[in-house]
Design a protein around this ligand. Structure first.
Ligand code: ATP
Length: 306
């Protein structure tokens, strides 16, 4: 390792087996400084297990992980000083106020000027109106914000967040997104997040790793994800069997349900319409459908079962 360009996180052949469950299977990835990197996967995909291994909370069955230039081993805490992490459901001392919770946390982190850090993070996370409230009466969204405040209190170089927008209302989701992109852009903070929300992750403009049943299926950036999404021309007629025959006779490839994926059909749909009109099966509907992110995700995941 070493050198300015060394990745902040480097994982090779990382595997975790629990008896008969292969929770993480031979995962390799690297995360560069200042990058937002998203682990995307359904429940049970292995995201939390992978994150716990990166934090040295559990030992891998095999493989290796380097975080901030240090080889991770279970129980070794040196990485935690420069890392903010949120892995559990947000927890706080219910009888303490938001400010008191943060003070306690700042002292646990042995920060030199705890008061300054606390006030700074309260402001950054828009917690000022709630600073004097006891944690037990906070909404789920504000509890999550308090949890995030804890992860950020020591201005970490690396932020590792497991499902950080769970339980947040739409405004809270946008707020967290703005916060994370701002941290990466303005402070060079590296962010690893996990999520099952494809659309949300796509908006983060992050690098995206798709994890399914413990394996890394694909890696994209937001633009390449766009290119991999399928498009098709969806045609409806009053006699789809006849229309299908006409289209095939003219060299189009038509999937069941009259879905055309040929480049020709996608770029010149009017020719398809003309052809069908002239053949006596005019389209009752004809529109270009772009695969949405959820469908894309399900297709990639489905390919695994094929
Ligand atoms: P979620 O979003 O539901 O937390 P995830 O992607 O984080 O899902 P993991 O929690 O890492 O997934 O779980 C991956 C697989 O490993 C699942 O099948 C899970 O049941 C299993 N698993 C996780 N922890 C343990 C454990 N301590 N003992 C046995 N099996 C486990």
């Amino acid at each position: 390792m070493g050198g300015a360009a060394a990745p902040v996180i480097e994982v090779a052949g990382l595997t975790k087996r629990y008896k008969d469950v292969l929770a993480v299977h031979d995962v390799g990835l690297s995360v560069q400084a200042g990058q937002i990197y998203a682990l995307l996967g359904l429940n049970g995909a292995g995201k939390t297990t992978l994150i716990r291994m990166l934090l040295g909370m559990i030992a891998p069955t095999s493989g290796s992980a380097w975080v901030l230039g240090t080889a991770v081993s279970a129980g070794q805490r040196s990485v935690w000083a420069r890392t903010g992490y949120l892995v559990e459901a947000p927890a706080a001392y219910p009888e303490l106020t938001v400010r008191e919770n943060l003070h306690l946390y700042a002292r646990l982190r042995r920060l030199k000027h705890p008061g300054r850090h606390v006030e700074d993070v309260i402001e950054r996370l828009a917690l000022t109106p709630y600073a004097g409230r006891r944690a037990r009466i906070l909404s789920m969204g504000n509890l999550q914000r308090l949890a995030l405040a804890k992860t950020l209190i020591h201005n970490p170089d690396l932020l590792i967040l497991d499902e950080p927008v769970n339980g947040l209302d739409p405004a809270g989701v946008v707020e967290i997104r703005t916060l994370l992109t701002g941290l990466a852009r303005e402070h060079g903070t590296t962010v690893l997040i996990s999520s099952h929300l494809l659309a949300e992750v796509a908006r983060l403009n992050s690098r995206i790793a798709i994890l399914h049943q413990g394996r890394l299926l694909a890696e994209h950036d937001a633009t390449s994800l766009d290119q991999h999404r399928r498009r098709h021309l969806h045609v409806s007629t009053r006699d789809d069997t006849a229309a299908d025959r006409v289209l095939r006779d003219h060299g189009y490839h038509s999937d069941p349900g009259l879905l055309l994926t040929d480049e020709r059909a996608l770029t010149r749909p009017e020719e398809v319409a003309t052809l069908l009109v002239e053949a006596g099966v005019p389209p009752t509907e004809l529109h270009l459908v772009e695969e949405d992110l959820e469908t894309y995700f399900l297709r990639i995941v489905g390919a695994d079962h094929a």
